[in-house]
Design a protein around this ligand. Structure first.
Ligand code: ATP
Ligand code: MG
Length: 558
């Protein structure tokens, strides 16, 4: 085992921790972060990583993390999303210091905009969106100044005030920062600060009809909350100079922005817009369809908060974009569930077995261990009777060498119960095996045998008359391509949807599985991890496959 020294510990700091520790060394000990979702969709695994970073850093350094809704676009936003975001963060195990909204700051942002106008650093532009876009130029061609760029401060103040009062229709005017139309960073070519949108906002109602743009709202909101480390994804690095520009122009609390690489996962679509499309078109059952990469979907699928946090920790914080193997996420939930999930027996592809020397009508119960990794999980009683089901795969008529399960004339142990020997194979007219007729060794209950002979194979089973029928949903990745956006010519990302992303089968469960709460994953021994779905009813239990026992997908697709 490696011994952790001071040196190795320092090396294992991620770059954000390094920045913070440097700040602390300089005497700036306060750590205030924030997680700033736009309430326009459900959080996904990428957001989970951002949450773990922001809340995690605050926790580690005795700081605080705010939850701030970046609600500056009333058209796309909704309270439905606000509520789901709060639920998902709490489910992940984090609690925010303060719940804030960019819309809380609309008055302050407006005042600051007025201040910038007074300083000659902002102006009202009457150009159309199209004209503004054209006038911006390109990376190699400098932009053109707007004919309205040199309005007096008085005129700008008057027009901006009238914009706010609702005198102009959508798109008639915008407020722009007056910076430099030839700036090499395109974002500096007089960025738009406010646009007119006559729409009801989910929090401010009809108070406002002008709304600030991201670049104007975000840094100022950080500053108001005295955020020390404003952490965002890499694509915002070009925005950082503008973030700093507004803060300097207003001479307000100097928050700083730091960028890390966003999480990309193989076989996973992370674009909110495209995920919304899948929901709206009914391709999936909803935002929480277990095939979605959303946090609520992971929860419905049986993932634990600890497994998602472990995944975020495992992938770390990078400065360069990369793509993480979906197998890592599955590995994390498998590891966690191996420790925490209770074991049960269920047969997903049943083959009937009649134990001919076991009395008809007799019933006994065997004691089964709930979790070999956790003694405290205790035991349960599993009913046994003359007719049982085993997994079809656990029988082979002509077994190869080293097949330790059931074969004609062979013997196998039924988990927790008896040894049985296959005496006869019953087939239908087409030659399909429909039933096995076996005998059992009455001395072999609970692990022993009558003469001490050793039997290698142990298989799971369920008692036929006690079995609970359930719909079992087997999930595979939603896309057939590691990069879902990688579409051939004339095709789109939607052509990469996996037609076999959900396979529904009927399974036979041991009766105690009726009692498992929705969302709580258990291990179906030798099969995988499964949890009751929200669609489950007492009459019709529905189970989701959380994850397979082993990583079969990676093997097939390599
Ligand atoms: P939108 O396109 O709607 O802006 P978004 O995915 O950026 O989508 P936000 O609600 O703005 O969604 O994101 C909130 C926070 O989560 C931001 O700080 C953003 O950088 C971070 N985030 C979003 N996607 C990822 C990702 N894939 N990996 C890591 N962090 C992410
Ligand atoms: Mg965003």
């Amino acid at each position: 085992m490696a011994i952790e020294t001071n040196e190795t510990r320092e090396k294992s700091l991620n770059f954000l921790e390094e920045i913070i520790e440097t700040d602390i060394a300089k005497g700036n000990a306060r750590v205030q972060t924030r997680f700033p979702p736009e309430p326009n969709g459900y959080l996904h695994i990428g957001h989970a990583k951002s949450i773990c970073i922001n809340f995690g850093l605050a926790q580690k350094y005795g700081g605080k993390c705010n939850l701030r809704f970046d609600d500056t676009n009333p058209v796309k936003e909704d309270v439905e999303y606000v509520d789901s975001i709060k639920r998902d963060i709490r489910w992940l195990g984090f609690e925010w210091a303060q719940e804030r909204y960019a819309s809380d700051y609309f008055d302050q942002l407006y005042e600051w905009a007025v201040e910038l106008i007074r300083k000659g650093l902002a102006y009202v532009d009457d150009q159309t969106q199209e004209q503004i876009r054209e006038g911006r130029g390109t990376v190699s061609v400098p932009g053109r100044e707007s004919p309205w760029r040199n309005r007096t401060a008085e005129e700008n103040l008057d027009l901006f005030e009238r914009m706010r009062r609702g005198e102009f229709p959508d798109g008639a005017k915008v407020l722009r920062a007056k910076i430099d139309m030839a700036h090499p960073n395109m974002l500096f070519r007089d960025p738009i600060m406010y646009r007119i949108i006559h729409a009801e906002h989910h929090r401010t109602g009809n108070k406002w009809c002008i709304y600030p743009m991201y670049d104007y709202a975000h840094g100022q909101s950080d500053s108001i909350e005295q955020i020390t480390h404003s952490i965002c994804t890499l694509e915002f690095d070009v925005h950082r100079p503008l973030y700093d520009w507004f803060i300097q122009a207003l001479d307000i609390f100097p928050s700083h922005q730091y960028e890390f690489a966003r999480l990309n996962l193989t076989y996973t679509m992370m674009s909110k817009r495209k995920l919304l499309k899948l929901v709206q078109e009914g391709v999936v059952m909803g935002w929480d369809d277990p095939r979605m990469p959303t946090i609520c979907a992971l929860r419905r699928k049986g993932y634990t908060p600890a497994s998602v946090r472990a995944f975020a920790e495992m992938v770390g914080v990078a400065k360069r974009d990369n793509v993480i193997d979906l197998g890592k996420l599955e590995y994390c939930v498998r590891e966690d569930l191996n420790r925490t999930a209770e074991r049960r027996m269920a047969v997903l592809n049943p083959l009937k077995v009649v134990i001919t020397n076991y009395e008809e009508g007799r019933k006994e119960f065997f004691t089964a261990v709930n979790n070999p990794e956790d003694e405290a999980a205790g035991t349960r009683q599993v009913p046994f009777s003359r007719e049982i089901y085993i997994e079809r795969d656990d029988f082979m008529e002509e077994p190869p060498k080293k097949f330790f399960r059931l074969a004609p004339g062979g013997e196998v142990r039924l988990r927790y119960a008896y040894l049985i020997r296959c005496e006869e194979v019953v087939k239908d007219a087409e030659g399909n095996v429909t039933e096995l007729r076996c005998t059992y060794d009455p001395q072999s209950g609970g692990g022993s045998s009558s003469d001490g002979r050793r039997v290698k194979g142990v298989i799971h089973w369920v008692s036929a008359e006690d079995a609970v029928k359930a719909e079992v949903r087997l999930f595979n990745p939603l896309f057939t391509k590691a990069d879902p956006d990688d579409a051939e010519e004339g095709r789109t990302w939607e052509d990469n949807l996996n037609p076999e992303s959900m396979v529904r089968i009927e399974g036979l469960l041991e009766p105690s599985l009726r009692e498992v709460p929705v969302g709580r994953a258990v291990q179906f021994e030798r099969v995988g991890y499964f949890c009751p779905d929200t669609d489950s009813t007492p009459e019709r239990p529905v189970f989701n496959r959380t994850v397979t026992l082993k990583d079969s997908w990676a093997k097939i697709n390599k």
